[in-house]
Design a protein around this ligand. Sequence first.
Ligand code: PEP
Ligand code: MG
Length: 756
Amino acid sequence: MRENPVVWLEDVSKGDISLVGGKGANLGEITKLGIPVPPAFIVTSHSYLHFLERPGLIQKIRRTLETLDINQNTQLQEASSQIKESIISAPMPSSIDEAIRKAYHRLGRGLVAVRSSATAEDLPEASFAGQQRTFLNIEGEDRVVAAVQECWASLFEPRAIFYRVQHGFDDLKVGIAVPVQRMVQAEISGVLFTAEPVSGNREQICIEAIYGLGEAVVSGEVTPDRYIVDKRELTILHKMVVKQEQKLVKNPQADGSTRECNVWVALSSREQKKQTLPDEEIIALARIGKKIERHYGSPQDIEWARENDKFYIVQTRPITTLKEAVDVEEEEVKAPLLLSGSAATPGVGSGPVTIVRNISEMDRIKEGNVLVAEMTSPDFVPAMKRAAAIVTDKGGVTSHAAIVSRELGKPCVVGTEVATQTLEDGQLVTVVVKLDGSPGRVYEGRVAVDKEEAEFLGEDVRTLTKVLVNLADPDLAEEMASRDVDGVGLLRAEFIVAHIGEHPRYMLDHGRGAEFVEKLTEGITKFARAFHPRPVVYRTNDFKTNEYRNLKGGEAYEEVEENPMLGYRGCSRYINDRDVFKLEIETIKRVRERYKNLWVMLPFVRTVGELAQAKEILQEEGLRSSQDFKLWMMVEVPSNVILLDDFIDVGLDGISIGSNDLTQLTLGVDRDNSRLAELFDERNDAVLWSLERVISIAKRRGITYSICGQAPSFYPELTAKLVEWGVTSVSVSPDMINRTRQIMAEVERRLGKVPI
Ligand code: PEP
Ligand code: MG
């Protein structure tokens, strides 16, 4: 089989990933189970490697790669285009060419989908996710052959090259297989999740269904019906029937020479209101899903279509988004419950308690301790990194402890009120946190809890909406840059400044401004270098006075404020203490000498006048909007929402919603107040109203609009809403990267926004 340039779906199984890619192997596997899959053949990865042996081709690719500096974006783009062009224009070896044509005939000719799938097993899938192309409704043998070559070429998209070079993988040893599958012209289609994707409930199956093609390219009007089925009993628990006015079908006039070959057709008024899938078909489909899941032993995300009253499965892959769900019910844990509080970071961590009452005690935290404190502040971060879990008396889910633990991936419970009083130094405890709305819990002793560690194995999860990541710790930059993210949407400066440890004004006054710049440059460069050429949005320092006071020398410069959240912070400081602001600007310019992907975002801007003044300072210092420099403003004060048009008039390239502060100020709830934690909810209608308004204004004004508050990291359903409203990007904590991408993909698919 290995010698054949193409193989048939029924001849492959899940062990053949290196030959036919994950997609082909999975479909082959379920074909054997008797699950109906549209017939397909796969151009093997060996064919691709054989093709590379065309005279001069490998040498040409190698030459281009050898002289390439992947950190130079233009060079990278050019190299990518050159290599892709060489692959597309090289003649197809006749043995492969003939085999494809023959197989296409045997498939019955007609319309096919040509997909691609990288096969390198030793590379993280994330590095390839979304890189390779898919062509739908291809017809004619010449076009099929050409599409195969285009899929091969897509292995050399700029980001894929960047990743491989950076990690020392040989570009020319990575294989790619190309499944060619008969197109299903679906009268009804949709997705099926063998676990409820938002709550992570594994007892349920969730089916979404629409009339017409699921691959709709035109966006907009279609919201699917949604059915929830009890997995064990196969009974319908819940149905949400949505009125669908029109459906997308293949254009009967299309001749296969163009990809725009679908048309909208109106549905009759009777059809519009009808439940898309009848009850018995919902059950039949759920049964297929259950069978596939049982075979793989893990929850699956399945694409299906119904053609001529028959169901077809067109793709199955593991659900990658249930990662955070910790599979434990309260009653399953037999150990005594000591405490509970707000669930900040999901996970399970055990260890001896160490209570820290002030900063001088920080060294007492040893590797694997459970850090217990009234609240954390930036000075706690090194100790938080050593901790197995973190528990605080105070704070809500957007407090310092919550944000930092989320970035570091440490299980964290905040706002217990009494942890520092009820727990004892040295006491062995287990912290268990789920993100399903239940409280975070602290149990006595070491409790064994199964953690769900579903790994990200999905392929080709591409989205039009960008996934960005919120970061602060330079030590995480490299690792995070290798993940499936489109950049850093919020680089919080505070972590690096806390690490420097001295008040910048104090350093300036002692003639050590340059040293501050030096150290800040070192920290920021780590991000800009790791993510290059993807953007890194640096949010200028938003320390509050209490945080500044904790820095060496800070007490002399900072007043004790009753309410630092509403005090001397954000943009006001840049205007009133220009010299300190200039140190940050100087740093940004220094980093940008080498890495132009560093942009700037201003936090906590109270008035339009403040924005104008801060912008003027930036311009005077030479930071002007251009092709490669963008200025963003955070929208986190209600005045930003109310007067957004006026703020944009000052001149902004983008905005990013700081939902933590915006919620605090819209609802009048101090985000650090644990007593009010329940009231702090970004899903409140007043906050949602603001989000929708901001997005629609920014959209109308043609600027980038993102969100970087914690909200989408806690409430995936909010991400779905934001994507529906058309947000450009969503910036989340590292643990939510994959889940967010998946949610976006689901919503975009539902909206018919299919990335090509
Ligand atoms: C916000 O307010 O939403 C935000 C992202 O900024 P921070 O949490 O750092 O105040
Ligand atoms: Mg903020």
